[in-house]
Design a protein around this ligand. Structure first.
Ligand code: ADP
Length: 200
C-alpha cells in the first residue's frame, strides 16, 4: 500500500480552489504515510516554466513540463499532485496517457466553480482586471477553458466546503487502493466488522 505512484490532476479556472485543495491533500496524504509532491502552476511558472507566456503553445508547453515531472514522480511511487489551470483537453489527455503508459494511475479532478462566483470571490483580484480588459488571454474571460469530458472526480467548490472536496478526492484514491483508509474510518469499519461477527 502506498507504493503505487499516481498523478492527481486538478484542473479548473483560476480561483476555483486547486492550490487550496492541493495543499490540504498533501497534508492529508502525508499524514497517511504517502509520499507526495505538489506541482503548482503559479509556482512552476516562476522556475521550470519561467519565461513562458499565455499563448496556446506556451500553455501547452507548461502543461507538458508539469506532466513530465508528474510522470517521473508517479513511476517512482510518488503521489504527484498537479494544480494548474490546464485549459486544453488535448494536452491534458496526452499527459494522462503518458503517465498511464508507465503503469501509474492518472486521476483527473475537475475543480468546478461557475465564473460568476469566481468573479465575485476574486481571491487574487484578477477577474476584476480581466473583465475590465486589462489582462489579455485570461482563462474563462478572454481565453478558452475546455472542461474535462469524463473526469474521475468533480468537486463543486461553490457548493461544498474544502473539507468535503478533500474527502471526495481522498475517497476516490482509497477506492482505487492507492492510499490507505483514513484512520477514523478504518476503526469504524473494524468495529462494524467485529459487531457483525459477534452478532452472527
Ligand atoms: P486556484 O488555485 O484554483 O487558482 P485558490 O486555491 O488559489 O484557487 O483559491 C480558491 C479560493 O476558494 C480560496 O480562497 C478557498 O478558500 C476558496 N474555497 C471555497 N470553497 C472551496 C472548496 N470547496 N475547495 C477549494 N477552495 C474553496
Amino acid at each position: 500500500m502506498g507504493s503505487k505512484g499516481f498523478t492527481l490532476w486538478l484542473t479548473g479556472l483560476s480561483g476555483a480552489g486547486k492550490t487550496t485543495l492541493a495543499a490540504l491533500l498533501a497534508t492529508e496524504l502525508g499524514a497517511r504515510g504517502v509520499n507526495v509532491e505538489v506541482l503548482d502552476g503559479d509556482e512552476v511558472r516562476t522556475n521550470l516554466s519561467k519565461g513562458l507566456g499565455f499563448s496556446k503553445d506556451d500553455r501547452d508547453t507548461n502543461i507538458r513540463r508539469i506532466g513530465y515531472v508528474c510522470r517521473l514522480l508517479s513511476r517512482n511511487g510518488v503521489g504527484a499532485i498537479s494544480a494548474a489551470i490546464s485549459p486544453y483537453r488535448e494536452v491534458r489527455d496526452e499527459v494522462g496517457r503518458a503517465i498511464e503508459g508507465d503503469g501509474a494511475e492518472f486521476i483527473e479532478v475537475f475543480v468546478k466553480c461557475p465564473i460568476a462566483v469566481l468573479a465575485e470571490r476574486d481571491v487574487k483580484g484578477l477577474y476584476k482586471k480581466a473583465l475590465a480588459g486589462e489582462i489579455a488571454a485570461f482563462t474563462g474571460v478572454s481565453d478558452p477553458y475546455e472542461e474535462p469530458l469524463s473526469p474521475a472526480v468533480i468537486v463543486h467548490t461553490d457548493q461544498e466546503s474544502v473539507e468535503t472536496s478533500v474527502r471526495v478526492i481522498t475517497r476516490e484514491l482509497e477506492q482505487r487502493g492507492l492510499i490507505p483508509e483514513a484512520y477514523a474510518d478504518k476503526l469504524q469499519n473494524e468495529e462494524f466488522g467485529l459487531c457483525a461477527a459477534l452478532e452472527s
